[in-house]
Design a protein around this ligand. Structure first.
Ligand code: NDP
Length: 289
């Protein structure tokens, strides 16, 4: 089984470049899907308080630590892993902005997950009109200093939100998780992240499935004898992004993980770069408050 290569965050913590996204995964299906993804080689899982499935992630992870490989017991299909082999991200939801509310929301999340620490804790959306994200981030900094999270970051932050945050932040966010795929390439934000030492994490990396039908992607898939999803994920990896595709069947989960054995050429990368069209599958951050 091939495990995703890792990348260092700005505090030295290592993150798997390819993770598994859990948005819209029903709570009851989550544990089974996480176990399937573990079998396929994923070690990095992206959940959020808002997804309502942290408990399911915790169940799958708890089943691992219960037998820890060496004891030889536990679920027959679960691979032998330790907690430190996994990378678990969760996020504070919009209603919980503000220092105290965020501290409480974190307690709920970590309890739902049944973990002693979280690898990456993100502010889900800036909710800029409410203007509480600097306070919210201060809570994340406290959690980081207390060792309850190994890294902290943001999601859906636009350049102006990052600027404002960095006016008061003491810890530079490790990650900004943003919508990013061939039809929304986020060149400005990627450049800003690079300058600031923030890793770019792509949500809806497949454009929620819609970009899979793009004729240029289909042509590259035929040329490389790969699937459209594999072409898009490979493009992300070569661009330097962290990616967290979501899929619901074992075949797709495996397919999306099998992206380390081929390379796109410079011309291929340029062909995908030309697909930018400012298309969003989700909300614009200015419209979420
Ligand atoms: P993705 O771009 O990952 O696309 C998922 C869709 O593509 C699903 O409909 C899935 O179908 C389909 N799909 C996946 N793999 C394949 C394949 N190999 N062939 C054909 N179809 C495929 O979209 P998401 O919006 O789920 O984004 C991924 C993750 O990003 C989320 O799960 C979440 O963790 C995160 N996210 C974060 C946000 C934020 O605000 N921070 C917002 C949105 C997402 P099926 O499920 O039927 O297999």
């Amino acid at each position: 089984m091939r495990i995703s290569p890792r990348l260092a965050l700005n505090n030295g913590v290592m993150i798997d470049r390819l993770g598994f996204g859990l948005y819209k995964v029903p709570s009851a299906d989550t544990s089974g899907l996480v176990t399937m993804a573990l079998e396929a080689g994923y070690r990095h899982f992206d959940t959020a308080a808002m997804y309502g499935n942290e408990t399911g992630v915790g169940k799958a992870v708890g089943a691992l630590s219960a037998f820890d490989g060496s004891a030889g017991g536990g679920a027959e299909t679960a691979p032998s892993l330790r907690r430190e082999d996994l990378f678990i991200t969760t996020k504070v939801w919009n209603e919980d902005h503000g220092y105290d509310a965020t501290m409480r929301a974190f307690d709920t999340s970590i309890s739902n997950l049944g973990l002693e620490y979280i690898d990456l804790y993100l502010i889900h959306w800036p909710c800029a009109k409410r203007g509480l994200y600097p306070e919210t981030y201060r809570a994340l900094e406290t959690l980081y200093r207390e060792g309850k999270v190994r890294a902290i970051g943001v999601s859906n932050f636009q350049p102006a939100h990052l600027d404002r945050l960095l006016d008061t932040a003491e810890v530079v966010p490790a990650v900004n998780q943003i919508e990013l795929h061939p039809w929304l390439q986020q060149a400005e934000l990627r450049g800003k992240h690079e300058a600031l030492g923030i890793r770019t994490e792509a949500w809806s990396p497949l454009g929620r499935g819609q970009v899979l039908q793009d004729p240029v992607i289909l042509a590259l898939a035929a040329e490389h004898e790969r699937t459209p999803a594999q072409i898009i994920l490979r493009w992300h990896l070569q661009l330097g992004n962290i990616v967290i595709p979501k899929a619901s069947s074992y075949a797709r989960i495996r397919e999306n993980h099998n992206v380390f054995g081929f390379e796109l050429s410079g011309t291929d990368m340029a062909d995908v770069a030309a697909l930018e069209r400012g298309f969003r599958t989700g909300s614009h951050p200015d419209n979420v408050n």
